[in-house]
Design a protein around this ligand. Structure first.
Ligand SMILES: [Fe+2]
Ligand SMILES: [Fe+2]
Length: 157
């Protein structure tokens, strides 16, 4: 699978989880906690793949414009990872506050994913060759397996 198809497949999983979370009510306590944990797992793996492998290759292949997109995307990851996601995890799933925070999380991620798919990925196909995209895809597939098993072990410990 090439790099872009792999990242887009991850996006589908993330968007689906966000839809599921936003369909829950304050009564679905367990379900909310479960879905947020799943989302965090998927996002952690995906963000690592992008920041370790895909983004640096994109930035290296490009010029100033690509560097700008790179820093913008990293900053959006940071907003989700260090602010919105920790907040929602610390919020009572039985509260209306949770619903409000879930909505912001969904909006932020939808915006970020849309920018990647409608802008960065299209541009990446111009600055990177098909062979490079395939190699990056293979590297990410391998790294994804490692990250998933590391995270699963970490969670079980
Ligand atoms: Fe991203
Ligand atoms: Fe992404």
């Amino acid at each position: 699978m090439n790099a872009i198809d792999l990242l887009k497949a991850d996006h589908k999983v993330v968007l689906d989880l966000l839809e599921q979370i936003s369909a829950t009510t304050e009564r679905a306590l367990k379900k909310r906690v479960e879905l947020v944990a799943k989302l965090e797992f998927e996002l952690t793996v995906h963000t690592h793949l992008e920041e370790e492998i895909f983004y640096p290759a994109y930035k290296a292949a490009g010029e100033k414009e690509q560097a700008k997109s790179y820093y913008e995307a990293i900053e959006e990851h940071r907003a989700v990872d260090s602010l919105v996601l920790p907040h929602i995890k610390a919020t009572d799933p039985g509260s209306v506050e949770f619903s409000g925070r879930a909505k912001v999380l969904k909006e932020l991620l939808e915006h970020h994913i849309e920018e990647e798919e409608e802008s960065m990925f299209i541009d990446a196909k111009k600055v990177l060759t098909a062979k490079q995209l395939n190699d990056l895809g293979a590297q990410m597939e391998q790294r994804k397996k490692e990250l998933k098993s590391e995270l699963t072990q970490h969670a079980a410990a």
